[in-house]
Design a protein around this ligand. Structure first.
Ligand code: BG6
Length: 491
């Protein structure tokens, strides 16, 4: 069945309603969209789970999630409107006949169906079959898949093939929530609408780039998931590589989804392979041990609930990455991400090359590199560090590094900084794929990641312990130090 193109209204079905993602992100984001008047009038939000819950009980639980995790103040009037959209559907995905229950909720209304898979990947196959059974996957319907898709190139291909049997690429929305962050979206405008940046965004002017995504939290009771995945697959394969792609890609021919994704793919294809020969030189893997930070005892990774004491899983990674194309050849990119670091802090730091000749040699022997710091979190903004003459009456050129600062909240004080899930859910309702990841991007990034993980396994790469509340293993500093560089100091 194909509806007329005029039909835009949709229903959202969330598989995995009881999970952490639904609780912390999806329902709060949907409630926020309700408050912003962004939900279609008749959209139903159907939570699927295996529980004997009444509709009232389900609504009570969702209300609790929203009160706890929404950044907006809870308002009774908004909740009333929102709760009227909520339906709970008790489905055991192994029993295809259970899917008939969805039919009763959908009724015969002509609406696009969006299926959000916030559920382990080994259940996908049965869900597809169940939906097929009740004839609920039409060409206008969509499916949203959470990352990581698989845990290697092979497994991600398997999942993509499986999904591909039931849905076409234009129906598949692979989420990477970092692509929905305002500061990441702004990278395109920063680079391509400002000629001072556009003309300087390459190896002739840039010395190196650092990307840090630091988390203060540990694994928050997700040991069973995390221990099989590790920080490399949980964060680098998706979030950090996507940031790197957006940051370094050439201008797309237009802003349509495939044009943007084509350019990102080129970057992924240009990543220099890290293998057994160069893995130790270019990567650092760490795991946090217990620490005492800000008057608190913090448990080590192997002390977390449900842990296995001899786990070899990394909770910290830093990597030196090279992009072998004509724009970036010779510019190193240093990526680091870890759990139980001192702060929740994400930033991109772009260091510009030093001047060949120092005119101010008599006053300042070594000129620091100019840098741009793009802060993703907290206090989203951009700082540009330049040298300035200290105002004085004498004729000396005393130079001081100063900061030109742009702060989102101050500059755009009348605008809301929407969170990533609000934006991405809305984009999926509108059917726009530009903020979602295409199959070939996922597979290309796995190719690169697999090579590193295989090299780690073959070389039995050392897992370095770092104390919770610090910036990771010492070797992470050495990675830069041996190139005569340092991580940007984060305060
Ligand atoms: C998720 C990872 O994708 O991103 C988590 O699975 C991580 O381990 C989270 O904590 C970080 O997201 P954010 O938006 O809080 O930086």
């Amino acid at each position: 069945m194909v509806f007329s193109k005029k039909i835009k209204e949709c229903d959202l079905v969330i598989f995995g309603t009881k999970g952490d993602l639904s609780k912390r992100k999806l329902f709060p984001a949907l409630y926020q969209l309700e408050e912003s008047l962004k939900l279609y009038k008749n959209t139903k939000i159907i939570g699927v789970g295996r529980a004997d819950w009444t509709q009232e009980y389900y609504k009570k639980i969702i209300k609790k999630y929203i009160k706890k995790f929404s950044y907006r103040k809870f308002k009774k009037k908004i909740w009333k409107k929102f709760s009227n959209r909520l339906y709970f559907c008790n489905i055991d995905v192994n029993k295809f006949s259970n899917f008939l229950k969805l039919k009763k909720i959908f009724k015969k209304e002509k609406k696009i169906k969006i299926y959000y898979f916030a559920i382990p990947q080994n259940t996908f196959k049965n869900i597809f079959k169940g939906l097929k059974k009740i004839n609920y996957n039409y060409i206008q319907d969509r499916i949203i898949l959470e990352k990581p898709i698989g845990n290697s190139l092979e497994t991600s291909k398997k999942i993509n093939n499986q999904v591909g049997k039931y849905f076409q690429e234009k129906q598949i929305f692979r989420i990477d929530h970092y692509l929905g962050k305002e500061t990441i979206l702004n990278l395109l405008s920063l680079k391509f609408s400002n000629s001072i940046f556009f003309t300087n965004w390459n190896k002739s002017t840039i010395d190196h780039i650092q990307i840090t995504v630091a988390e203060k939290i540990g694994i928050e009771g997700r040991w069973n998931y995390f221990d099989k995945i590790g920080q490399m697959r949980d964060m680098i394969q998706n979030h950090l590589l996507q940031i790197l792609c957006i940051l370094t890609m050439s201008p797309p021919i237009n802003l349509q989804s495939n044009s943007i994704r084509d350019e990102k793919l080129k970057i992924l294809k240009s990543l220099r392979m890290i293998n057994e020969k160069n893995v130790n030189k270019n990567t650092v893997r760490g795991q946090y041990k217990s620490g005492f930070f800000k008057n608190k005892n913090i448990p080590g990774y192997i002390d977390e609930i449900n842990s296995i004491k001899n786990s070899n899983t990394e909770t910290f990674v830093s990597i030196k990455v090279n992009i072998d194309n004509s724009q970036w050849h010779g510019v190193p990119f240093y990526l680091r991400t870890g759990k139980r670091l001192p702060l929740k802090h994400s930033e991109i730091v772009i260091y510009f090359k030093k001047n060949d000749f120092n005119l101010f040699n008599n006053f300042k022997k070594k000129l620091p590199l100019n840098k741009i710091v793009i802060r993703l979190e907290p206090n989203e903004g951009i700082d540009i560090f330049i040298l300035n003459k200290i105002p004085k009456l004498d004729s000396k050129y005393e130079l001081k590094e100063i900061k030109l600062n742009f702060d989102y909240k101050k500059t755009f004080n009348k605008c809301t900084l929407y969170n990533a899930y609000e934006r991405l859910l809305l984009e999926s309702f509108l059917g726009s794929q530009s903020l979602f990841v295409r199959r070939d991007e996922i597979e290309e990034s796995w190719k690169w990641i697999d090579s590193i993980i295989n090299a780690w396994n073959k070389k039995k790469s050392k897992l370095e312990l770092y104390t919770a509340g610090t910036w990771g293993p010492k070797s992470s500093n050495t990675l830069l130090k041996k190139d005569g560089r340092f991580w940007n100091k984060i305060k």
